[in-house]
Design a protein around this ligand. Structure first.
Ligand code: AHG
Ligand code: MN
Ligand code: MN
Length: 341
């Protein structure tokens, strides 16, 4: 009873209300964002329902094909992929979609109206971890279309990341979280499963300027170029003032590794190497949306040389190296990679 009124009120900030209030503050808003984010949050709940019963209904196991990036596809990836598509195809706000699991564009069926936005998504990031009950996620990115009307085209999809108008991700973990930004900070919501609502739990997330955690698949060490190796040796070397050695943490689900980096600071790296010069992660589905989020939280994202959001994509499933996290950490990484340190 003695709690201040504001504290009580903030507990009732649902995702839906947050989106609607955000839109209301823009006089020219059309309600499209509310529609899009509402569709995505519904899809997330449907995917979560399947993820939580994955071990029970024997839904896991490989299908007999691999995805377009050459990875093995698990059934849950397909379920998430289809669920998101079906939750979004009839909203009237999208002109085209693209998903990491599909080689070409996902058209909006002719019998639904075509809107002004483009949705690009990684339906189930980290799905290789599901058998071990490790956190997985859905990552999404929204652009405004560049073609005037009708069906969206590749031109609408292949836009540089700085043109995103919204991005976010959902984490399927001990609790389910939905984080998003529409260019006014990053806000995180946790699902209250008893009422089926996402409640504001992390308002206006700010990433620390510098952290003391690094996250990289160090099993690839011998494939890295000497500058990358020297950078990681630096992170592991002793220096009290700089809180080194850094702690190493690597889950192997980008969404989860990124989320920890966002909250605690530090750096996540997926460099290019001798075998894969552009690394493993995909620019459109993974790097762009997370780069948008990290910048909105005061951090930075680079491919080692340039800002991720400035890269002009040439193809749908393009890969790029990723160095993302605290702004000072990303700057130091760039200095090492450029041979300046
Ligand atoms: P996805 O499951 O969407 O194909 O993504 C897998 C990605 C990413 O989640 C993770 O960070 C990375 O693969 C891990 O790669 P390594 O196993 O090479 O470390
Ligand atoms: Mn992924
Ligand atoms: Mn995926």
């Amino acid at each position: 009873m003695d709690q201040p009124r504001t504290a009580l009120v903030s507990k009732f900030m649902t995702l839906e209300r947050h989106i609607i209030e955000g839109e209301r503050s823009h006089p020219d808003a059309t309600g499209a964002f509310s529609g899009l984010l509402h569709g995505l949050s519904l899809a997330a709940k449907l995917v979560w329902r399947e993820v939580t019963k994955a071990g029970l209904v024997n839904i896991l196991g490989m299908t007999d094909h691999v995805n377009v990036s050459g990875d093995e596809v698990k059934k849950l990836d397909e379920f998430a992929d289809e669920t998101i598509y079906r939750a979004m195809d009839h909203t009237g706000h999208l002109c085209v979609m693209a998903s990491e699991e599909n080689e070409s564009l996902l058209n909006i069926p002719d019998h639904y109206s075509h809107g002004n936005y483009v949705l690009i998504y990684d339906p189930l990031d980290g799905s290789g971890n599901i058998d071990a009950n490790v956190t997985v996620g859905t990552i999404f990115s929204v652009f405004k279309r560049v073609t005037p009307s009708g069906k969206g085209t590749m031109e609408d999809i292949l836009q540089p990341g700085y043109k995103q108008v919204a991005a976010g991700y959902v984490l399927f973990s001990s609790s389910m979280m939905f984080l998003y930004s529409t260019g006014h900070g990053v806000h995180g919501f946790t699902l209250d499963p008893t009422v089926g609502e996402f409640l504001l739990s992390h308002e206006n997330i700010r990433i620390p300027k510098r952290g003391a955690i690094y996250s990289v698949n160090e099993g690839n060490f011998n494939r890295w170029d000497p500058n990358m190796r020297r950078y990681v040796e630096y992170l592991k070397s002793e220096c009290k003032e700089e809180k080194r050695p850094y702690a190493a943490r690597y889950i192997g689900s980008l969404a989860a590794d990124f989320h920890r980096t966002l909250l605690y600071g530090g750096i996540y790296c997926y460099p290019g190497d001798m075998k894969n010069p552009d690394g493993k992660l995909r620019l459109m589905y993974e790097n762009n949306p997370l780069a948008y989020i990290v910048e909105q939280a005061g951090g930075a994202a680079s491919d080692g040389k340039r800002r991720i959001l400035d890269i002009v994509p040439e193809k749908l499933h393009q890969r790029s190296p990723l160095f993302i996290g605290s702004s000072e950490d990303v700057k130091i990484a760039e200095e090492f990679l450029g041979g300046k340190r």
